[in-house]
Design a protein around this ligand. Structure first.
Ligand SMILES: N=c1c2ncn([C@@H]3O[C@H](COP(=O)(O)OP(=O)(O)OP(=O)(O)O)[C@@H](O)[C@H]3O)c2ncn1[C@@H]1O[C@H](COP(=O)(O)O)[C@@H](O)[C@H]1O
Length: 107
C-alpha cells in the first residue's frame, strides 16, 4: 500500500484549483462555484449509497474515492482545512475515551 493520504490529495486539490478549467476538473469545479461543487458531492454520495446497498465492493470503492475527492473540493472552496475536520474527529475520539480503551486491549 502506498502512503498516499487525504492530506496529500488536499494539497493536489489546492494546486489544481489554480489551473485552467479547460485542463483540470478541479479548476472547473472551483470556477463553477460552491453550489455546483456541492451538487456534485451530493451526486457522488448518492452513488456511494447505491453501491453500498447493492453490496458492489468494486463500485463502492470507486464511488468512495470520488466522494472523498469531491468533499475535499467543497471544503477547499469553503476555506476549511482538512485538519479542522480531523480535529473534530480527534476531539470526539478523546471524549469517548475509545483511543485509551483500544490502547489497553492486549494484542
Ligand atoms: N481524485 C480525483 C477525482 N475523482 C473523480 N474525479 C473526477 O470527477 C468527475 C466526476 O465524475 P462524473 O463521472 O460524475 O463526471 P462527469 O459525468 O464527467 O461530469 P458531469 O457531466 O456529471 O458534470 C470526473 O471527471 C472524474 O475524473 C477526480 N478528478 C480529480 N481527482 C484528483 O485531482 C487531481 C487533479 O485533477 P485535475 O484537476 O483534473 O487535474 C487528480 O490527479 C486526482 O488526484
Amino acid at each position: 500500500m502506498s502512503g498516499f493520504s487525504l492530506a496529500d490529495l488536499e494539497i493536489i486539490v489546492a494546486r489544481r484549483a489554480q489551473a485552467s478549467p479547460d485542463e483540470s476538473w478541479t479548476a472547473k469545479l472551483f470556477a463553477a462555484g460552491q453550489a455546483k461543487a456541492a451538487k456534485k458531492l451530493g451526486e457522488e454520495a448518492v452513488e456511494t449509497v447505491i453501491a453500498a446497498i447493492a453490496n458492489d465492493r468494486k463500485n463502492l470503492t470507486d464511488e468512495a474515492a470520488d466522494l472523498l475527492y469531491h468533499l475535499l473540493v467543497v471544503l477547499k472552496i469553503a476555506d476549511i482545512p482538512l485538519a479542522d475536520v480531523m480535529a473534530v474527529l480527534e476531539g470526539r475520539t478523546a471524549q469517548s475515551g475509545v483511543a485509551e480503551k483500544a490502547a489497553r486491549v492486549p494484542s
